[in-house]
Unconditional design. Structure first.
Length: 549
């Protein structure tokens, strides 16, 4: 029975411990726990330093709420001396007992019931009321009720931003001009503007205000050609304000109007090298007439409105850009291009007879005096004619030297084969030429055969190929596409090389069977020797083992 009673007492004690807790923050009791009833609540604005605070009176509630504009993790001053609260960052605010600084001042020109708005719930534009146009508040955190008279809350009368300045509202922020910003250079605004939408009319233009509006596309009027204004921002209703008479751009210069304006953009500019312009030109479209051409200005227009006239054949001008009405200005007598040179006219361009303006013929070609092209070709070594050149067909116009003879030059001139003074030699084996001979008696002109082909002495082509292994012919070769000239060796015979010269199969060698027998015999002997060696080694190993044991 006693044991049952003990167990009941123990169980009750455990239950009491399980259901007993420390008093929460801002409450207290005599033992700091709630086992003897509810903990006592601190008075409004005070709190206990921590959970489980022991006390019997409100003196246990020793800390107070953080002041407005400060915050802490609990909203209370943890040390009771003000150091447990942190100041809000600039531009933010909090009410008394706050755990964060979530309030932002409404700002000048706005108001609310607290003078602030909660950044966690919205923005200034939907949490604060805006003052009417032309009015503002004297401070950033103005308190006001929505039902109050706005003129009383927004007690600051603003002034319109003056001409040449602007703000978001068109008014200043304090009634004395603060908050209005100057327009950027080249722009302007009228009084009370929220932007600088006006731009200055430039030199040579005007308007009723001296400006043009970028919003409604009001334009500046351009002065008549040859006229301008003496300054920017000219005010006027007609071109009477264009009082400045401009000068025409001189010859060799140009501008967009043809006149020398009074700005850097509109002043006359020099034509680029190789171009020209007449008086009062808007562009440089003239090019100088070349040698052998003339016009009444010495130029031609790239739009073909003015052309240069060509001098008669064989005549030219002393210089480019020649001015003239007829061919009398073509007073230079040109000279024919010399042999080996050409030009599009067949003449030089200066009449000095030195070939100036005539181009050299390409290697292997030639021209006669006064040629417009190099349409002659060397006869070549081993050929000749009266000129040493041919125009169309070498066979028809150039004569071939006798076999074994050649010429000393590619362009040898002559009427008979006496000019074939060079004794030629036959091209050696594996070389060839068009004649089968060299052209200098020293091997020049003979070319090597391509890989896989061959030629005999004095060949004009490399049309031979070797018969190959196990084949033979009288020469050891066959002419391309005629391989039947090569004959195969009989069965069980072979050749040592791939060029096999023979009239019959005597060049084909028989395979020797004795060589194979000897090889097999050697293999047998080696095998027998190997077996004997293994037996001897095994026996010696067994004897050694017996001796050890």
């Amino acid at each position: 029975m006693y044991s049952k009673v003990f167990c009941l007492i123990l169980a009750f004690a455990l239950l009491q411990i399980a259901y007993t807790a420390d008093c929460e923050r801002c409450t207290f009791s005599a033992d700091g726990k709630d086992d003897k009833g509810p903990c006592t609540q601190c008075d409004e604005g005070t709190c206990t330093p921590e959970k489980g605070t022991i006390g019997t009176t409100q003196l246990a509630c020793s800390i107070k709420k953080c002041q407005a504009g400060k915050f802490s993790e609990t909203g209370y001053d943890s040390d009771g001396k003000g150091k447990g609260c942190t100041n809000c960052n600039p531009g933010t605010y909090s009410i008394e007992g706050s755990t964060e600084c979530n309030l932002i001042p409404c700002g000048y020109g706005y108001y609310s019931e607290t003078g602030y708005y909660d950044q966690n719930e919205g923005s200034r534009y939907n949490e604060c009321e805006i003052c009417p146009y032309g009015r503002s508040t004297t401070k950033e955190n103005t308190i006001g009720d929505y039902d109050e008279d706005e003129d009383i809350i927004c007690d600051l009368q603003l002034e319109e931003c003056p001409e040449g300045t602007y703000s978001d509202t068109g008014y200043d922020s304090d009634g004395i001009g603060t908050g209005c910003q100057k327009c950027e250079p080249g722009t302007h605004s009228i009084k009370g503007s929220d932007r600088c939408s006006l731009k200055v009319c430039g030199v040579g233009t005007y308007s009723s205000t001296g400006y043009y509006n970028t919003i409604n596309y009001e334009k500046c009027t351009v002065c008549p050609i040859g006229k301008s204004t003496d300054k920017e921002m000219t005010i006027g209703k007609d071109d009477k304000v264009c009082t400045l008479q401009l000068k025409q751009c001189p010859e060799g210069t140009f501008s967009t109007t043809g006149y020398n304006g009074n700005t850097k953009e509109s002043e006359c500019k020099k034509c680029k090298s190789g171009t020209h312009s007449l008086l009062a030109s808007k562009s440089c479209q003239l090019r100088p007439c070349d040698y052998g051409y003339y016009s009444n200005t010495g130029y031609f227009n790239i739009n073909k409105e003015i052309n240069c006239t060509k001098c008669p054949l064989g005549k030219s001008t002393k210089e480019q850009q020649t001015i003239g009405e007829d061919e009398k200005v073509c007073d230079v007598q040109l000279q024919f291009c010399p042999q080996g040179k050409f030009s599009y006219s067949g003449y030089d361009f200066d009449g000095e007879g030195k070939g100036n303006g005539c181009s050299d013929c390409y290697p292997g070609t030639y021209s006669l005096v006064g040629s417009k092209s190099c349409d002659l070709t060397y006869c070549g070594y081993g050929y000749y004619n009266i000129n040493g050149y041919y125009n169309h067909s070498k066979e028809a116009e150039c004569q071939k030297c006798p076999i074994g003879k050649s010429t000393p030059l590619e362009n040898t001139q002559g009427t008979d084969d006496k000019v074939c003074s060079v004794q030629s030699n036959k091209c050696p084996e594996n070389k060839w030429s068009n004649t089968g001979y060299d052209y200098d008696g020293k091997g020049k002109g003979c070319k090597y055969c391509e890989s896989g082909t061959y030629s005999f002495e004095g060949s004009t082509t490399c049309d031979l190929k070797s018969c190959g292994y196990n084949f033979y012919s009288q020469t050891g070769f066959y002419i391309t596409n005629q391989k039947e000239e090569c004959k195969a060796c009989p069965e069980n015979t072979y050749t040592d090389g791939y060029i096999n010269e023979s009239l019959d199969d005597s060049i084909c060698l028989s395979y020797n069977s004795s060589d194979c027998d000897e090889s097999e015999s050697e293999g047998y002997d080696n095998s027998e020797n190997t077996s004997n060696s293994i037996i001897i080694k095994t026996t010696l190993s067994l004897i050694l083992l017996v001796a050890l044991f």
